[in-house]
Design a protein around this ligand. Sequence first.
Ligand code: AR6
Length: 178
Amino acid sequence: METKIKLVQGDITKEQVDAIVNAANSQLIGGLGVDGAIRRAGGSEIDRACDEIRARQGGCPTGEAVITTGGNLPAKYVIHTVGPIWRGGNSGESELLASCYRESLSLALDNRVKTIAFPSISTGIYGYPIDKAAAVALSAVKEFLMQGDGIGEVRFVLFDDSTYRGYEQALSALEGQT
Ligand code: AR6
């Protein structure tokens, strides 16, 4: 099962996959970080699609996900999920973060997505410690993949060295478990 999970260092907007995931905010209003990069590269079609979702359902609660076009990106879709803001670890952060990965993968399956790329949700502006976030992210994805085989590959596209190393360590710890 682990072979379906790949770690790469790079810019998620360049990924040739069916869907990339965005670390969005609950208003679905363009922000900084990976959100800004995705919207810049994908163009105004993504902004318009987010505006429509906001008008229809008022945004996207933390831990949930919505899907839009990928606009000008190589990816067909962008799945926008809203990670928790780190408040010290006792405010349900890990459950909400795990839910982001599960909900994104479930939306991917509904849209026949076979290959999907995630950034490290919540570990930038939202302040979630990388080691903790990596463990939650990888085990949530692994558990989801064990439930079925609709998704062929999940790639984590990690922007900087320290994030990449954090995920590498968490993945070897997870693979070491029986
Ligand atoms: N490709 C992959 N990862 C990236 C890229 C990229 N092009 N650019 C940044 N990252 P953040 P959050 C990494 O802050 O913590 C926005 O304003 C970054 O280095 O983007 O969930 C939203 O609108 C970090 O490792 O997301 C929300 O308001 C990771 O992506 C808020 O930020 C996530 O950092 C969400 O904060």
